[in-house]
Design a protein around this ligand. Sequence first.
Ligand SMILES: [Zn+2]
Length: 488
Amino acid sequence: MLHCLLRRGCSPLLCLCLWTLLLPLVSLHQLDQHGRRSHSVRERPKLLLVSFDGFRCDYIDRVPTPNFNILIREGVMVEHVENAYITKTLPNHYSLVTGLYAETHGIVANEMYDPALNRSFSMETDSIYDSRWWEEAVPLWVTVQKAGGRSGAAMWPGSDVKIHGMFPNKYLPYNASVSFESRVERVIEWFSAPKEEAVDFGVLYWEEPDESGHKYGPQSSFMDRVIVEIDEKLGFLINELKKAGLYEKVNLIVTSDHGMTQLFADNIIELDEYVERDLYTWVDKSPVVGILPKEGKLDEVYNKLVDANPNMMVYKKEEIPEHFHYRHNVRIMPIIIEAKEGWTIVQNRSGPFMLGNHGYDNTLHSMQPVFVARGPAFRQNYVTTSMHSVDLYPLMCHILSIPPRPNNGSLLNVKDLLYPEPTAPAPTIPPRVQEYSYAPVVGSFLGVVMVLGFLVVYIRQVTLRQLPSLKHRSREMSQPLLQEDLHL
Ligand SMILES: [Zn+2]
């Protein structure tokens, strides 16, 4: 532009003044494109992760589930999700939000003993609020907040525990009596809040169909009604998202921690038949039992159990199959007993008996959870065959545009679920620190000074030309300009 003005015969001084005046405007335009210091900040990616506890992958095939079908048609489905061993609630919910196997994130079971802490943990007691159990890993809501984003959690396991000094920005303390609908309403509020208060990442947990699956067994016709009710709850969530204007903005992932398999009253293994109780402490429950032998009794207990019953596998810790990723943690007991599918391990038959259970080998079809997702990041009407549940973590970090922490998952395994990368860089969650630029102010100031300078020179020139007494000086001053005109 400057060159163009010069060619049109404008004086260099005038051009410089114009350019200086325009400079701040150019700077502002560039800042807009970067979306940080301007008013046109790009919308942050939004993500809501929902878990229906114990929702087995094939439940959606046994009864009509129109709301799941909507998400599949408008989004994606993964047919086989291999979750983390052991296929219990707490280990798998923590794997979903850390991308780590249980041996690495440290929540290795629903019932644990840590010899280093000399503490016991049970999901039935307040021991779950002891941060030390959870701090071998960093859940995604903490990572989102450290990256400058905001998160909200409705009853997700572990989300009401202070982990690495943080709670989610918004969360509900665990209370099983709070209805699904109330949880949804709170989540919608958090996503709908004014821009600086709105959450970017939400997690929502519901206890069913796990409770009914344990009670009736997955083969029971009672489960048909339970699955229909879950589908209706999903429909409620979809409608609330639509009513709030969030349905097209929020990436919605609906999954679960594990499946469920049928138990049979005759398929009971009683450990009292094989080993005396005073030789060991019973740490974790069926179907993967953690055995802590009394001091010096490891080999004795192991030898009594290893060939005792063909319907259970007995492993010393170092013998646990590599593919389970379930060895390297002090909270994994020195002996693990895994029941075959459909079998229950007890000390004797005095306890209550369930008709459904999970926790078995994570490669079993019955242990696999449902997985559907929909939203601006996801492809539409796309079904793929398999993923690992630990792959979800890098996928979620990618959607939220935050760097993932080291994890056991692979974004490459699941990237086909997403629309191809845009050519422009993905929006990042900017720090909430307000940034200021002095460039426009300085530029404007310089511009004004230059214009004033130009006006002073111009007025003096005009005045000198018009005053006869100043003719001589006027000639001297105009001489260089005349020479320049000749050259042109
Ligand atoms: Zn569960």
